[in-house]
Design a binder for this molecule. Structure first.
Ligand SMILES: [Zn+2]
Length: 384
């Protein structure tokens, strides 16, 4: 898959796709080199090139050596090859969390679970039971209607809905925990305690960290044995501590400077899913996600284009090569680069990104190109 974005100064662009034949990039020696790169990057010893891992560093070191061999120069911050960026890999309750209900102390993970989107610190408030915590007056249901002022209160909410067994129920869109959290936060509550409804078949909720989760400022918990109505009016207090796993990922940034006024950026992400981090479809024991196609293939393309372009007379542009990390965890590396560019973005004509170029649909024999609509130029050129 080829992505094209960020268009400027279109008329100066040499479309790399169109010059591939001239680059003779698919000569046998090159194909062998492609295989060598992919074999190294997708090897088990890199353990899936997870962002911020040792495997990511091994891959980055390999790419840098190749860029050096292609006579590129470092173009990261302060003239370095690597551009570091920090990210939160996980957030979970620390062992020193405390929770009390009406003076009785409860045990983390035995009596209660802490949501990854929870706030931390000390809290205390009276419990107010608000049923399913659904506020949907347009379908004739509002659990908050007679709850009164909830500022400073800790709401107790039952999971599910009045029609939990029916996936097509009118309540279905209001049943997800994230929706209930959002609704409760809007009431200005001091905390949220979820419980399973009486006689419920529900298991414990699956609470896993995701970068998409918003971080709330209030405590959010699930009680294993809580009986919602019995909690009403009781004082719930505690102190939540979070263990936040911060890590550092690295983009690799290099340039081929021809002293030209404008620059073409060529990119590919080199990270993958490690041993099965967020985003993996695999279920089971942790296992190496090799990522040969996604995206050792695009990284190999990046490396080989660096070698090829240096041997060619195409000097009307400078070229910047970026191997991004953190893509699988949510475009972290490219996002960071755009906000903290180590090159002058005003001088960038276009950006071409390679992702999963390791296989071709043999029945159609076509290459997927995304982002063509970012400029009329691409459509015209690709049609030729
Ligand atoms: Zn990818």
């Amino acid at each position: 898959m080829l992505y094209i974005c960020g268009m400027k100064h279109i008329r100066f662009i040499i479309l790399l796709v169109l010059v591939f034949p001239a680059l003779n990039i698919f000569a046998q020696a090159r194909l062998d080199r492609f295989k060598t790169h992919i074999k190294f990057l997708a090897d088990d010893k890199l353990r899936g090139r997870d962002t911020g891992s040792e495997g990511e560093e091994m891959a980055a070191a390999y790419i840098i050596e190749e860029f050096k061999a292609a006579r590129l120069q470092a173009a990261g911050p302060d003239g370095q090859w690597r551009q570091p960026f920090e990210f939160v890999a996980s957030r979970r309750a620390g062992d020193d969390c405390a929770l009390n209900i009406a003076g009785k102390s409860l045990k983390l993970n035995t009596d209660y679970l802490v949501f990854p989107e929870t706030g931390d610190g000390a809290f205390s408030g009276d419990a107010v039971f608000v049923g399913y915590g659904i506020q949907a007056p347009h379908i004739g249901h509002d659990d908050y209607k007679s709850a009164g002022d909830l500022k400073g209160k800790i709401v107790v909410i039952e999971r599910g809905s009045p029609e939990s067994d029916n996936p097509h129920s009118k309540y279905a869109e209001f049943a997800p925990l994230a929706v209930k959290i959002e609704t409760a936060v809007k009431q200005g509550v001091a905390g949220i305690v979820f419980v399973n409804p009486n006689k419920s078949e529900l298991d414990e909720p699956k609470l896993s960290f995701s970068r998409r989760l918003s971080r709330e400022s209030i405590p959010i918990l699930w009680l294993r044995e809580g009986k919602a109505a019995a909690l009403n009016g009781k004082v719930i207090s505690g102190n939540l501590r979070l263990q936040i796993d911060r890590r550092t990922g690295h983009n690799v940034v290099a340039k081929m400077d021809h002293g030209a006024p404008y620059t073409i950026v060529i990119g590919a992400h080199f990270d993958h899913l490690g041993m099965g981090t967020e985003g993996s479809l695999y279920r089971g024991e942790p296992a190496v996600h090799n990522g040969a196609d996604d995206n050792a293939s695009g990284t190999a393309m990046l490396i080989e284009l660096a070698h090829s372009l240096n041997d060619q007379p195409y000097k009307r542009f400078n070229y910047v090569f970026i191997a991004f990390s953190g893509e699988e965890r949510g475009l972290l590396g490219s996002n960071y680069f755009c906000k903290n560019p180590s090159i002058d973005l005003d001088k960038v004509s276009c950006m071409i990104n390679f992702d999963m170029v390791g296989r071709l649909d043999k029945t159609k024999n076509t290459l997927g190109i995304n982002g063509v609509g970012t400029s009329p130029f691409w459509k015209e050129s690709l049609a030729k």
